[in-house]
Design a protein around this ligand. Sequence first.
Ligand SMILES: *Cc1c(COP(=O)(O)O)cnc(C)c1O
Length: 349
Amino acid sequence: MATGTLTIDLSAIADNWRSLNAASGGAVETAAVVKADGYGLGAGRVARTLAQAGARRFFVAVAEEGAAVREALGPGPEICVFSGHMAGDTDMIADLDLTPMLNSVDQLTRHMEALPGHSFGIQLDTGMNRLGLEPAEWAAVRDLIAAQSPRLIMSHLANADEPGHAQNAAQLACFREMTDGFDAPRSLAATGGILLGPEYHFDVTRPGIGLYGGLPFDEAKPVATLALPVIQLRDLEAGETVGYGATWQADEPAKIATVSAGYADGLIRTMSGRAMLYANGVACPLAGRVSMDLLTVDVTHLTQVPRELEILGPDQSVDQLADAAGTIGYEILTSLGARYQRRYLGAGG
Ligand SMILES: *Cc1c(COP(=O)(O)O)cnc(C)c1O
């Protein structure tokens, strides 16, 4: 078997949810964001695990993603859709019992006409300028919406991973101004917002990345381990080169391991010449360019080359690998490809 093994620790995901839940007061509900197939780790397994841990409200990006989550959870838990109620979504929203987070006057109109009485939430724009009603639009529809009992009023922070950023306080003030006195549960904080402190928590928090072991939740337990099989070992003489473009050259005799995984598996090409793999804790640098299905790794310094090298695990976190690739942990996780053999550890699987 030449595919890599992606091991996903569901108990660690449950522990991360409990830790983020404990970071807010007992009256605050901790939901779970499972969009993009649970940040690439499997929305159904993750949602079931978190429902067992106590989560009762889940968020997906688009209505289509609600299907796998509803199938995993069965009736009962609330599944909220960040993109709201798009044209063509009505049947899915009704059949899967989804709660669209309406983000424009158009969506409000569509929802009230197509599914009167069906649950919904509202997204407000407090400065990110991505999704949500602007203050003037909200002022115009606020009383009408109050009469319809929305399930949640939410907004999203643009700089929550930077505690000192002035936009956090500005968005908080804007959110308060728009929603104080409005009779519905409120939500502002994702992972970063939870860590900003209690004034950001309101009634419901919406952690995503922290559940999956990523920054800015630096106390997160690691969740993903990715081990890649060595499929060939070769000895090079000084002066020989490795890979496309011949970008790596041996200064002296070297040993190269060719490992099964490449940019088609989410190990993006910008890792070339920068990222490390690990052999039982010993760092082994990539040699040459990442190709579609293969990585070439300098293992000259190893006395014994193991059958597999790790690229994610105890020696290298998702964020450390992301740093080497010039990106963020979110992108590494959600890019992990479909070819890996996926193994789930712990409860809920
Ligand atoms: C993705 C997302 C979240 C979760 O954010 P994390 O930073 O992963 O915790 C919460 N709310 C909204 C609106 C999102 O788009």
